[in-house]
Design a protein around this ligand. Structure first.
Ligand code: M6R
Length: 610
C-alpha cells in the first residue's frame, strides 16, 4: 500500500528519492518522508499530504547525501500526520526505518519496550520495529544482525529498509508479504517496493522473496535468509519504458489508461492466437494445459475489479468448457475453509499481483495441492511468482488507482483461456475461429467507443450532483454493472450499486424516483427484451435512465433519457466493450466534481494488507 525507495551511491540521494516517491505515490499518498545520512549525521524530514509538499520543502533546504531512504504512506495505524509518517527512528536518531505492511503483534511488543524505558512518539505499529532494532544494536553492534533479530520477533507483514549513522555504507532490507526489489547500478544501488520507482535509473532488478533480507552497499548486495543463510539471487532485466509510467500529455493517468485500451487489449492477445487451428496458445501454461482441461472444477479468486473479471470468466468458462466454476473474494476464501481438492484448478486474478487477500488464498490452495494459475499484470509480482503456472495480461503499468485497462486485458486473457480449454473439449475449430476473429476485432471496436468520449462527458455533466446511482445488467453484463458502480463510487464518492437487472424488483426498485439515475447495460443479446421490460419498470416510476446499447438499436432511445451506442460483438466478449463507456462516465463525473481521480481518498493501488 505504501511506497518505499532507497539509494546508496555517488549521486545526491535526495532528488532520486523524491522522484522515486512520485512514481510510487499511486500506492499511498497521505504523507511522505525522507531520511538521509550526511557527514555521519541523520537528517529526517516528514510532511503530511502529497509527495509534492515534501519535495517543495527538501528542494529549498539544500540537503545532500549519498545514502537515503524515503516513504509514501497509506495509513493503517494512526492518522496521517507528520509524526506517524515514515521514516521512524530511535531516540538518538541513529537508526531510521521505513516499512510497508502491518506488524500484528505490535501491541505487546510496544508494552514491553515501554516497560524497558523506550519512548514512543507515534501511534504506528512500525515504531516498535525501530526500537527493537535499537535494542539489538546496543548488544550486537551489527546493523544486519540487529534487524534480523528484531524481525524474528515480528508477526505480520513487512517490506522494510533500514539505515544507521553507525554503518552509513549500507541499507538493510527485508521482505515478508510486502514486495521489495533491489535495483542494481554501477557504483550505486537502489531499493524499492515497486520497479516503477527505479526504471529511469536501472533495468537490472533483484526480487527478494518472503523471508529474505539483503545488505545493500554502493558496489554490492548480499542476500540472506532470516535464518542467516546466504542466498544466490538472479539479476533480472526488466523492460518498461518511461512513457509507460508518465501521463504523456493526458490530464490523468486514468484517462490515459482508458484511451490505451485498444493497444493494451492487442498486447494481451499478441502472439496467442493460432487462427488456423481455432485455438489459443498461452505459453505461460506450458505443461499444465492437460491438468487444467481435466479439472473437476475451476475456482477463481480475486478482489475488487479483478473479482468482477473473474465473474465474467465464470460465464465464459461454464458456457464453453462445461467445467463448473466458482468465484470467490480472496478475503472470504482464505477464512472459510473452502473445499479444494487436487483435481481443482484455482485461478488467482490480480493486476498488481500483490493483493494480500488473493495471495493468502493462493497459498491456501497450494497447501491443498490444487493447481494454482496466476493471471497478473505486474511481471515478477508475488502472485505471478508463487503460482504453479500463469498468464500475464500485458496491459502495461497501470498507475490510476481505478483499474481500467487491466480489467479489459483480464477479460481478453480469460477469453483466450476459455478457447484453449474448450477446444480440448467440445468446441469446434470453426467456433474457436469465430471467437478468436471476433476477439481480434475488439480493439477496433474499442477505438470506436473511445470516440464517444465527448458525448459521454456531456452526459456526465448532467449527473455530477447525483447522490446515488444504480447499475443494472444481465448475464455477462451483470459483472459489468458491478464494475461500473465500483468505478463511479471509488473516484466520484457517489454511492452506487450494481445489480442483476432482474433482481431490481426484489428490492432496489424501492429506491427509484426522479433523483435516482439508473444505468442499464442493454446490448441486443438474448436477454435484451427482458432488460427492456426492466427499463420500462424504472421509467414508469419516473426514474432517469442512461442506457449502454447496441448501435443498431433504434428502439431503446425512445424509451430512455440518454443512450450510449456501441458496436456489437458476441456475448462472451461484450463486457470488454460495455465496460468502457462506464469507465468514461465515472471518470468525467469525478473530474467535474473537481476530484483527484488518480488518487481517490482512502484508496491505494495495491492492497498489501488484510
Ligand atoms: O491488484 P489487484 O487486481 O489484486 O487489486 C484488486 C483490487 O484492490 C482492485 O481491483 C481495486 O478494487 C481497484 N481500486 C478497482 O478499481
Amino acid at each position: 500500500m505504501c511506497g518505499i525507495v532507497g539509494y546508496i551511491g555517488k549521486q545526491n540521494a535526495v532528488p532520486i528519492l523524491i522522484e522515486g516517491l512520485k512514481r510510487l505515490e499511486y500506492r499511498g499518498y497521505d504523507s511522505a518522508g525522507i531520511a538521509v545520512i550526511t557527514e555521519n549525521k541523520a537528517i529526517i524530514e516528514k510532511k503530511k499530504g502529497k509527495v509534492s509538499v515534501l519535495e517543495k520543502f527538501v528542494k529549498g533546504s539544500g540537503i545532500e547525501a549519498n545514502i537515503g531512504i524515503a516513504h509514501t504512506r497509506w495509513a493503517t495505524h494512526g492518522e496521517p500526520n507528520e509524526i506517524n509518517a515514515h521514516p521512524h527512528f530511535n531516540a538518538d536518531k541513529s537508526i531510521m526505518l521505513i516499512h510497508n505492511g502491518i506488524i500484528e503483534n505490535y501491541a505487546p511488543l510496544r508494552k514491553k519496550l515501554i516497560s524497558e524505558g523506550y519512548k514512543f512518539l507515534s501511534e504506528t505499529d512500525t515504531e516498535v520495529l525501530v526500537h527493537l532494532i535499537d535494542k539489538f544494536y546496543t548488544k550486537k553492534k551489527n546493523l544486519f544482525e540487529a534487524v534480523r533479530n528484531a524481525l524474528l520477533l515480528i508477526n505480520g507483514t513487512y517490506g522494510i529498509a533500514v539505515i544507521s549513522i553507525y554503518e552509513p555504507d549500507k541499507i538493510i532490507v527485508a521482505r515478508k508479504g510486502s514486495p521489495l526489489v533491489i535495483g542494481v547500478g554501477r557504483e550505486e544501488n537502489y531499493i524499492a517496493s515497486d520497479v516503477n520507482a527505479l526504471i529511469t535509473h536501472t533495468s537490472s532488478i533483484v526480487y527478494l522473496e518472503d523471508g529474505e533480507m539483503a545488505i545493500v552497499t554502493k558496489d554490492n548486495f548480499e542476500a540472506k535468509t532470516l535464518e542467516d543463510d546466504k542466498v544466490e539471487k538472479e539479476v533480472v532485466e526488466i523492460d518498461i519504458e518511461v512513457d509507460e509510467i508518465t501521463k504523456s500529455g493526458y490530464p490523468h493517468f486514468m484517462l490515459k489508461e482508458i484511451m490505451e485500451q485498444p493497444e493494451s487489449i492487442r498486447n494481451s492477445m499478441r502472439g496467442r492466437i493460432l487462427m488456423d487451428e481455432g485455438v489459443s496458445k498461452l505459453g505461460g501454461l506450458n505443461g499444465f494445459e492437460e491438468r487444467i482441461v481435466d479439472s473437476e472444477r475451476i475456482l477463481i479468486v480475486a478482489c475488487g475489479t479483478s473479482w468482477h473479471a473473474g465473474l465474467v470468466g465464470e460465464y465464459m468458462l461454464e458456457q464453453f468448457t462445461g467445467i463448473p466454476v466458482e468465484v470467490d473474494y480472496g478475503s472470504e476464501f482464505r477464512y472459510r475453509n473452502p473445499i479444494i481438492t487436487p483435481d481443482d484448478t484455482t485461478i488467482f486474478i490480480s493486476q498488481s499481483g500483490e493483493t494480500a487477500d488473493t495471495l493468502a488464498a493462493l497459498r491456501e490452495a497450494k497447501r491443498r495441492q490444487a493447481l494454482t494459475v496466476g493471471i497478473c499484470n505486474v511481471v515478477g509480482s508475488t502472485i505471478a511468482r508463487e503460482s504453479d503456472t500463469g498468464i500475464y495480461i500485458h496491459a502495461g503499468p497501470e498507475i490510476g488507482v481505478a483499474s481500467t485497462k487491466a480489467f479489459t486485458a483480464q477479460l481478453t486473457v480469460l477469453a483466450l483461456l476459455t478457447v484453449l480449454i474448450a477446444r480440448s473439449k467440445n468446441l469446434s475449430c470453426q467456433d474457436g475461429q469465430m471467437i478468436l476473429k471476433e476477439l481480434e476485432s475488439i480493439p477496433y471496436k474499442v477505438e470506436k467507443i473511445l470516440k464517444l468520449n465527448d458525448e459521454i462527458e456531456k452526459i456526465a455533466e448532467q449527473f455530477k450532483d447525483a447522490k446515488n446511482f444504480l447499475y443494472l445488467g444481465r448475464g455477462y453484463n451483470f459483472p459489468v454493472a458491478l464494475e461500473g458502480a465500483l468505478k463511479l463510487k471509488e473516484i466520484s464518492y457517489i454511492h452506487a450499486e450494481g445489480y442483476p437487472a432482474a433482481e431490481m424488483k426484489h428490492g432496489p426498485i424501492a429506491l427509484i424516483d426522479e433523483n435516482m439515475p439508473t444505468v442499464f447495460i442493454a446490448p441486443q443479446d438474448s436477454v435484451y427484451e427482458k432488460v427492456i421490460s426492466n427499463i420500462e419498470e424504472v421509467k414508469s416510476r419516473k426514474g432517469v435512465v442512461i442506457a449502454v446499447a447496441s448501435e443498431k438499436d433504434t428502439k431503446i432511445e425512445k424509451l430512455v433519457n440518454y443512450t450510449i451506442k456501441i458496436p456489437d460483438t458476441i456475448r462472451m466478449l461484450m463486457p470488454i466493450l460495455t465496460s468502457i463507456p462506464l469507465q468514461l462516465l465515472a471518470y468525467h463525473i469525478a473530474v467535474k466534481k473537481g476530484l483527484n481521480v488518480d488518487q481517490p481518498r482512502n484508496l491505494a493501488k495495491s492492497v498489501t494488507v488484510e
